[in-house]
Design a protein around this ligand. Structure first.
Ligand SMILES: Cc1cc2nc3c(=O)[nH]c(=O)nc-3n(C[C@H](O)[C@H](O)[C@H](O)COP(=O)(O)OP(=O)(O)OC[C@H]3O[C@@H](n4cnc5c(N)ncnc54)[C@H](O)[C@@H]3O)c2cc1C
Ligand code: FES
Length: 1260
């Protein structure tokens, strides 16, 4: 099929031909692991047959929450009689449901051969990809937009609002790309022919899948198999090979009646997906009278943000209705809208009312009943009103405000959707425009909708407050509506009350990126041809966008390969009494069970790889099962029985040490005017890289050698751990890293343990072993939860004279990086502020939680928040503006830090001034204040925050690039560069190529960077601390300079003819190979002698952010962010600005969204994107501007550049909360514990409703 209207060439298309289809198989696993028969219809290869392994579609979470597995499904719609193209999460898509459909994976969008797609090309050229792991999942969605011609702004926003946060930079590019690329058309006709009218039956190993073509047959089948579930989108059932088991599954999507759509008589077929519903409603609303569309508009409001476009394209309306998820969005609205379910049997109907939603037996579906369609009536008269979840609707007697009918339903409060039916009945006959009605309604609702303190899901006080907050908003909405209808009878709402109406709306993000080219500043120093300082495309950019970059789990299966599944502890602290595995060994395909006893050498170091006698946290690996397939390995793991004897666990910092009583005594002994003391808690953060930890171990036949393909930031550690575990010398273990799909500090220490698990299994079985962690297991290791206790002494002019910080971190069950974490917390707590008398102590607390590790920014985000909290506290005490307190306390001129490191704060101030200017801070602050005086229920906050980030490590050899950074020139002129830096998405390869050109004038097209391997670069330290690129660049530069000396005489004789020079050098026996070395920056601060340098240099930056909060719900949105970063002459501005943007958004997640929860038994409850919220595209500031400070030079680093990644503290949300508290006359010295989530924002904006809830509870 022609893939694109702009292409004349025939492209790739394929059919999946599978004779023995497993009815339980899901598309993602099928695509990645199966050999698929390709019939290639390109002109060149017509009818050739190949076997492929489609690894461009990635596993990121397995639960529909990340989008890495997105494909486009094109299927025939029997009613519209046309092909529908929709994006889908292949990790949830049953393979059987694909009959007659076409699947477009990223390989079908485009590939390096024969041709990449324009979207892929532009995405790569605009540096719209970082680690590249999830990029292929984005393209099918873009293609679907183009294929269906849906390219309006609104469409893009909807699609993108659900994508993952780590990739926000990429998405902002896609927004532009989709708008500018030409339209695609996908193959329809062949698919249409596939629609046969016979019953399709697939017999799997344990499950039979039946897809009937007619309603009658479907009804008969349901009567015959009443327990069989109907699968439409499968987003709820999430059936897979290790999920719930159903012997029969019915799939009704081929039944024409179930696809009926009619916006004229408001009926929607049961098999219609939510995206279709949205499209139908969007089409209907403009054509109908406004009063008829209130329910439709309320539905549309939710359909814009309900899940992602992939889920909306798969999930059916009926699935949504039948499951009745308590937190799901549409049911309360459908219910108050008096929707009706049309059943297949005898034209029966069921009212979608509160009793149906509560699952009352008499109002529910019977086992044999099938819903064919749903009727969503138009809203009736003008005084009918429905708003968001919860759903509320009111009907007045004509011409009055006397209530004749009222429904109030709440989703997300109990296990089912709850109705305040009795309260509504009591209010019938009352006047709406009555002062005391609202108060009485709130009391009635609080009495009727009772939420016990131990309610599932927690946040009880917040949820109770929402009950009345939503009611208040509804009350005002209705009053406003009455005023519009009867302006003389019902007064206009005051401005204060008007500010409660409506929800926060976000537009599509727009960005500005400004940087200076070195050649513009100093043409003598840099020519325009010199790529250093230019936004050169990443070498792997095209491979990232086409899905051809090979990550660990994409490596083709090797001969004899085994899959590995682990058995983990379900106890936080216990003795292991026995491991019982005979049943596991009976499972077909299981080859062996591996335990600590099989480790010939050292079983881990600080942390045991396999638990021996004791477990110290939930999730600790106890043993591994290796089998011919992953399904068999998992099945075997389920059969292993572990007996435990419980020990007392310690789970919290508070239980670890009674610090509250010990440390809150005043300990500052400096003269001061004002003295402040306080306590601040900060939650941890998941790394949430898209590629989970993965390792493939291939034992070599000879000499006990092993190849380890591993996703790590620290290959030497992997080599050391595996060699020690197997009792072999390091030189027998070869680690290979090509692409790592994100890391953020989470792949420094942990991969070594996973590598030992797999290597011991491979050593025992003498077969290759693959171990790729599932998302939930990967998430069991987190960053640090910190607590600071602050004491600050200050003068009344806002100058902080002394501060005492006592910091505690929950280190988890082993030491891991806790020592460094504490050290860097102590180093960074001053941030950009010169506190003359500063005392910081740090304690790492050992608990029975999974071991915490380091995170990007290495404690600056934590330490920065402590410092900023002091600034805010001081500003509140003194009444000075926040920015003034910051300016008073910021380092000025050449100064010593508290650890006696000298530095010049000139560029910190330049960033500050530039950011004040670029963000138009003062006039926007005035506008924010004006907004806040006018709006009681919505508040804005604006804050400008400086940052001083210490680059690198306080240990010289950590910067050392030991031995070889190799640079080989071959006689055809091509160059192979190897170095120890591991590409994690931070763009090392393009920067290395840029500098190779700069040093040797070798054209970029001749330069190739190979994998990172311990065979070429031994004993390297980790790629982290924001300095990996820089130190490796130094060593490559050294190698280049050695070669330059070799080639210099020849270059003089043959200027400008590169190939001639190489051939001549070869003839003259001049070495064309060199090894570079960088000893590292001398950093050696000694804590005892208090001498030496801690860091090579500091990075400065300033960010100004503006947010808006909804005081009634706690919802918040970023309006604008301006960042000025002193990146000096960055080697590659496109890459560095992407890093700055990404790090900032990671900070948004840390400070406002991401929260890790544990059960009282120490089990982590937030183990996937469904329970742990990372930032999405809608969390990008609507205006996002990044400026690199002009005319700035760093004489220490290579090419006067600086590294950039740390996230800047994010303080505008507390500012908005403070504005709300000020207006309410509340104390401003509240502690904004982090993350400042919607719940904390709402509860901090104390008002009549929070008080009402507290009073109500006290009376119970
Ligand atoms: C990642 C993710 C994010 C989500 N986010 C949101 C969100 O933000 N807001 C929200 O409201 N929801 C959300 N959901 C829930 C989503 O709306 C539901 O999962 C979806 O609507 C279920 O539809 P389905 O077609 O996939 O159901 P399926 O899984 O196919 O089936 C669900 C059930 O419905 C029954 N059923 C289906 N059709 C019929 C019929 N015609 N007659 C009788 N019984 C029938 C089946 O027997 C089955 O038991 C999310 C889900 C996922 C996976
Ligand atoms: S892997 Fe399918 S959505 Fe994450």
């Amino acid at each position: 099929y022609p893939p694109c209207s702009s292409c004349t060439k025939i492209f790739l298309c394929f059919y999946v031909i599978e004779r023995q289809l497993d009815a339980e198989e899901l598309l993602l696993y099928y695509l990645r692991k199966k050999h698929i028969l390709f019939l290639n219809f390109t002109f060149e290869f017509y009818n050739s047959v190949n076997y492929f392994h489609l690894s461009g579609t990635k596993y990121g979470c397995g639960v529909g929450g990340c989008g890495a597995c997105t494909v486009m499904i094109s299927a025939y719609d029997p009613v519209a009689k046309q092909i529908q193209h929709r994006p889908a999460n292949s990790c949830l898509f049953p393979i059987c449901s694909l009959h007659g459909a076409a699947v477009t994976t990223v390989e079908g969008v485009g590939s390096i051969k024969p041709r990449i797609h324009p979207i892929q090309e532009r995405l790569a050229k605009c540096s719209g990809s970082q680690c590249g792991f999830c990029t292929p999942g984005m393209e099918p969605t873009c293609c679907q937009l183009r294929a269906t011609g849906q390219c309006c702004l609104d469409e893009e926003e909807r699609v993108c609002s659900s994508s993952t946060g780590g990739q926000v930079t990429i998405w902002s590019f896609i927004l532009t790309l989709v708008k500018t690329t030409k339209s695609l058309s996908f193959p329809p006709q062949r698919m249409a022919q596939e629609q046969q009218r016979t019953t399709l039956i697939f017999h799997g190993k344990r499950t039979t899948w039946i897809s009937p073509p007619s309603l009658k047959e479907h009804v008969d089948l349901k009567a015959k198999y009443p327990k069989a579930p109907l699968v439409v989108g499968n987003t709820r059932l999430k059936k897979n090979h290790h999920g719930a088991y159903h012997p029969i599954i019915l799939h009704p999507v081929r039944i024409p009646e179930m696809h009926v759509v009619s916006s004229t008589n408001d009926v929607i077929g049961a098999a219609c997906c939510l995206a279709q519903l949205r499209d139908i409603l969007m089409e209907a609303v403009p054509k109908l009278a406004e009063e008829k569309t209130k329910i439709y508009r309320a539905l549309l409001q939710h359909l814009r943000t309900l899940a992602g476009e992939q889920i909306r394209s798969m999930a059916s309306l009926e699935g949504h209705i039948v499951i009745r998820g308590s937190t799901w969005d549409l049911n309360p609205i459908l219910s108050v809208g008096k929707s009706v379910l049309n059943l297949a049997s005898e034209d029966k109907q069921i009212l979608l009312n509160d009793q149906f939603l509560a699952g009352s037996e008499h109002a529910d579906l019977k086992a044999k009943e099938v819903i064919v369609s749903v009727l969503i009536p138009y809203s009736m008269k003008k005084n009918a009103l429905s708003i968001v979840n919860p759903g509320m609707r009111i009907l007045f007697s004509p011409g009055t405000d006397t209530i004749v009918d009222l429904s109030i339903l709440y989703g997300g409060i109990g296990s089912t959707i709850l109705s305040a039916r009795k309260s509504c009945e009591k209010l019938i006959g009352r006047q709406w425009n009555d002062q005391i009605l609202l108060h009485e309604a709130c009391r009635l609702v609080l009495e009727e909708i009772f939420l016990p303190p131990s309610a599932l899901g927690g946040k009880v006080e917040y949820r109770r407050t929402l009950l009345v907050s939503f009611l208040f908003r509804f009350y005002l909405e209705v009053l406003h509506g009455l005023n519009q209808m009867y302006p003389f009878r019902c007064a206009e709402l005051s401005q204060e009350k008007m500010s409660a109406l409506g929800m926060l709306q976000s537009g599509v993000a727009q960005g500005v990126q400004i940087y200076q080219l070195r050649c513009d500043v100093d043409p003598g120093d840099r020519s325009p041809q010199d790529p250093v300082g230019h936004p050169i495309m990443h070498q792997s950019g095209i491979k990232y966008t086409t899905g051809e970059a090979v990550y660990i789990d994409d490596i083709h299966p090797v001969g004899g390969e085994l899959s590995l599944a682990v058995v983990t502890s379900i106890k936080a602290h216990a003795e292991i009494i026995s491991i019982d595995a005979p049943e596991a060994l009976q499972v077909p395909g299981v080859v062996d069970v591996v335990t600590a006893r099989d480790v010939p050498g050292e079983n881990g170091k600080d942390e045991q790889a396999y638990a021996e006698d004791k477990v110290v946290c939930v999730g600790q690996i106890i043993c591994a099962v290796v089998a011919e397939s992953l399904t068999q390995a998992k099945c075997g793991a389920e059969k292993v029985k572990i007996a435990y004897e419980d020990l007392e666990p310690i789970l919290t910092i508070e239980a670890n040490i009674n610090f509250l009583t010990v440390n809150l005594k005043p300990s500052l002994d400096f003269p001061m005017i004002i003295y402040l003391t306080g306590e601040l808690h900060m939650g941890g953060q998941e790394h949430f890289y898209l590629e989970t930890n993965s390792v493939l171990v291939i034992p070599r036949v000879e000499d006990k050698e092993m190849d380890m393909y591993v996703s790590t930031q620290h290959a030497t550690d992997v080599q050391e751990f595996v060699a020690s575990a197997l009792n072999v010398q390091y030189n027998k273990i070869m680690c290979h890293m090509k692409h790592v799909g994100g890391a953020f500090g989470g792949k420094i220490t942990k991969p070594s343990l996973f590598a030992v698990i797999a290597a011991v299994a491979a050593n025992k079985t003498r077969r290759p072993v693959r171990f790729a962690l599932e998302r939930n297991m990967d998430m069991e290791k987190t960053a640090n939860a910190s607590v600071a206790i602050l004491q600050v002494g200050l003068m009344n002019d806002g100058r902080i004279r002394a501060a005492d910080f006592q910091c505690y971190i929950n280190g988890g069950c082993t030491k891991d990086e806790s020592g460094s974490v504490i050290e860097y917390l102590v180093f960074k707590v001053d941030n950009a502020y010169n506190i003359l008398n500063l005392r910081v102590t740090g304690h790492a607390c050992k608990t029975n939680l999974p071991s915490n590790t380091a995170f990007q920014g290495f404690e600056l985000p934590q330490a920065g928040l402590f410092g900023e909290s002091c600034i805010v506290a001081v500003a509140t005490q003194t009444g000075l503006p926040h920015e003034k307190v910051r300016e008073i306390n910021m380092y000025k001129g050449v100064k010593l830090t508290s650890f006696k490191e000298e530095f010049d704060a000139e560029n910190l101030w330049k960033c500050w001034e530039e950011c004040l200017d670029k963000s138009d801070y003062y006039s926007r602050k005035a506008m924010v204040e004006e907004f806040n005086t006018k709006n009681y229920w919505k508040k804005k906050g604006i804050a400008i925050i400086p940052m001083k980030f210490s680059v690198g490590f306080n240990t010289t050899y950590f910067h050392q690039v030991t031995s070889s950074k190799q640079f080989h020139i071959y006689i055809d002129g091509s160059v192979l560069v190897t170095h120890g830096g591991i590409e994690l998405g931070q763009g090392i390869p393009p920067k290395m190529s840029q500098l190779s050109y700069c040093e040797l004038k070798i054209p970029l097209s001749y330069i190739h960077l190979c994998e990172t391997s311990t065979t070429t670069v031994p004993s390297d330290k980790y790629t982290t601390g924001s300095i990996g690129t820089e130190i490796n660049a130094r060593a490559v530069q050294d190698a280049c300079q050695i070669l330059w000396k070799h080639l210099d005489p020849i270059q003089r004789d043959n200027p400008n003819i590169y190939l001639l020079q190489i051939s001549e050098a070869h003839k003259q026996s001049i070495s064309l190979s060199a090894t570079g070395y960088f000893k590292g920056y001398v950093t050696n601060m000694n804590w005892d002698t208090q001498k030496g340098h801690a860091f090579p240099y500091f990075l400065f930056g300033v960010a100004c952010s503006e947010v808006e909060i909804d005081c009634l719900t706690g919802a918040h949105k970023s309006i604008r962010t301006d960042i000025v970063m002193d990146a000096c002459f960055t080697i590659n501005p496109a890459i560095d600005i992407g890093q700055i943007e990404g790090a900032f958004i990671q900070g948004v997640g840390l400070y406002t969204l991401e929260e890790i929860f544990f059960s009282p038994e120490g089990e982590q409850l937030t183990l996937g994107p469904d329970t742990y919220k990372i930032p999405a595209i809608c969390d990008i500031p609507e205006q996002f501007c990044v400026y690199l400070l002009p005319n700035s030079c760093n004489l220490i680093a290579i090419y006067s550049s600086k590294v950039n990644t740390p996230n800047l503290p994010f303080a505008s949300t507390p500012d908005a909360v403070a504005a709300a508290r000020k207006k309410r006359g509340l104390p401003l010295d509240f502690t904004p514990n982090s993350p400042l989530t919607v719940e904390r924002i709402r509860m901090a904006c104390n008002d009549v409703f929070t008080e009402m809830v507290r009073l109500f509870l006290s009376l119970l």
